[in-house]
Design a protein around this ligand. Structure first.
Ligand code: S3P
Length: 460
């Protein structure tokens, strides 16, 4: 899908963003591996989360019909095998919201061997987190993914799981990943590259391992797994960058998935670029996800947060964006990168509107995301009439604004949304190809932007 973006939008109103993808992956995994019934509300129907649900359907019995129906996007209400699922509820983000997904779990020991390979689609989180679950399951599984996912590094998760006792084979470091699970022992693990996915895979394996599992993070990453496990009563503790965990079988739970702050980042940027005031409600405010707001503050974008409640250890509330007068250039240091890893595309596109050069240092992890985002961001900024270059591990963004132009998302959801948002403040009209990829994390992105007043239209 191609969209045209015209300059001169004013955004207005209150916005909601779809449920947090990172949180939803983890909670669906925890629901499917719990003992008893769980009810999850506002699970985003983003493609990535559906991949997790459909893979879990293949390795569960009682939970299978609910997970299957939900992930296959079947809009009917149904009951069966101890589970209820209820689709097609219109929310403020259109049909992207699902009111309740009820899943009957049979615990980790209730997992069953799948009939064929598990297809993780485009989702690195699905492949890496499920590897941690499957590491202790006493059967063989093969995890496959799409072309993009099949180029992404998997040894970083295979290695610690092997040292815990699982058989894990990769194809030259990539998917397909073959796992023969079995009895695991806890390890002390210090990841070479900061990664919440790898940390979470080890913790999910540690939940079903003998002894103690410890992950020592060199640089902090998002902590949704730790928070959920603590809220579910697991014997876990966190101190000075180290997470400790012992074997635990949790029970079913009920929780509402918070709005995704990484999706919110696109709306904050859109408001800032159009000098508008905006409030995002029901959004996740976990500090390990909101570092981008500190970075935006350095760019002159003022926001305020108010926590209203907690959901399975996750703070949720309102995010208010003040009207901005302009964008300042910035420098992001390497140790800050892991905490803004998913927001760098939108931060870089914002930086293209600053009056001078910005630098994102030590950002080479972006080269192994859904696309080579370092090259893709630079190419997109140039295509929209700005200046940018990927230089080794760094991204240099020229500043001075965008003229307008035509950019390709290159199959990457975050690039598609970052380009569309940045084009709102370009001097002339722009077009973005591949906008349909937004569905990977923000179903209803174009409709949400339009409803706030953004001059953005789908082209035939
Ligand atoms: C995620 C962690 C990050 C992030 C990804 C989601 C997660 O990846 O980029 O979009 O849910 O754990 P890494 O852990 O590989 O940095």
């Amino acid at each position: 899908m191609r969209v045209r973006i015209m300059p001169g939008s004013r955004l207005e109103g209150k916005a909601r963003v779809p449920g947090d993808k990172s949180v939803a992956h983890r909670w669906i995994i925890l629901a499917a591996t719990a003992i008893g019934r769980s009810a999850l509300v506002e699970v985003p129907r983003s493609l990535d989360v559906r991949s997790t649900a459909s893979c879990l359907a293949r390795i569960t019995s009682k939970a299978r019909p609910a997970l299957d129906a939900w992930s296959s996007n079947d809009g009917s209400l149904a009951k069966g095998h101890g589970s209820t699922w209820n689709l097609g509820v219109e929310g403020s983000v259109g049909t992207a919201a699902l009111r309740a997904l009820e899943v009957e779990g049979e615990g980790r020991s209730g997992l069953v061997a799948p009939a064929g390979a598990l297809d993780c689609g485009n989702a690195g989180t699905t492949m890496r987190l499920l590897s941690g679950v499957l590491a202790s399951a006493p059967f063989e599984t093969e995890l496959v993914g799409d072309r993009s996912l099949s180029t992404r590094p998997m040894e970083r998760v295979a290695q610690p799981l092997r040292s815990m006792g699982a058989v894990v084979e990769t194809a030259d470091g990539h998917a397909p990943v073959r796992i023969v699970g079995g009895a695991l022992s806890g390890i002390v693990f210090e990841p070479g590259t900061p990664s919440a996915q790898v940390k979470s895979a080890v913790l999910l394996a540690g939940l079903d391992a003998d002894g103690r599992t410890e992950v020592r993070e060199p640089v902090g990453t998002r902590d949704h797994t730790e928070r959920a496990l603590a809220a579910l009563g697991a014997p876990t503790s966190v101190s000075e960058g180290s997470v400790l965990l012992e074997r635990y079988q949790h029970e079913g739970f009920a929780a509402t998935v918070p709005g995704d702050p990484s999706s919110g980042a696109f709306l904050v940027a859109a408001a800032a670029l159009s000098g508008s005031e905006l409030t995002i409600v029901g959004v996740g405010l976990n500090p390990s996800r909101t570092r981008f707001l500190e970075v935006m503050a350095r760019m002159g974008i003022h926001t305020e947060r108010r926590i209203d409640r907690f959901e399975l250890g996750e703070p949720v509330g309102e995010l208010w964006v003040a009207p901005s007068a302009g964008i300042d250039s910035l420098r992001v240091e390497p140790d800050e990168i892991p905490l803004v890893i998913d927001e760098i595309p939108v931060l870089a596109l914002l930086a293209a509107h600053a009056d001078s050069e910005s630098r994102f240092l030590g950002a080479s992890e972006l080269r192994v995301k859904e696309s080579d985002r370092l090259e893709g961001i630079a190419a997109g900024i140039r295509a929209l009439g700005g200046a940018a270059a990927a230089e080794g591990h760094d991204l240099v963004v020229g500043g001075g604004g965008l003229q307008g132009g035509r950019a390709d998302a290159m199959g990457d959801h975050r690039m598609a949304m970052a380009f569309a948002v940045a084009a709102l403040a370009a001097r002339g009209p722009s077009e973005v190809d591949g906008m349909q990829r937004a569905d990977v994390s923000f179903p209803g992105f174009v409709a949400t932007m339009q409803s706030l007043g953004a001059l953005l239209e789908e082209l035939p």
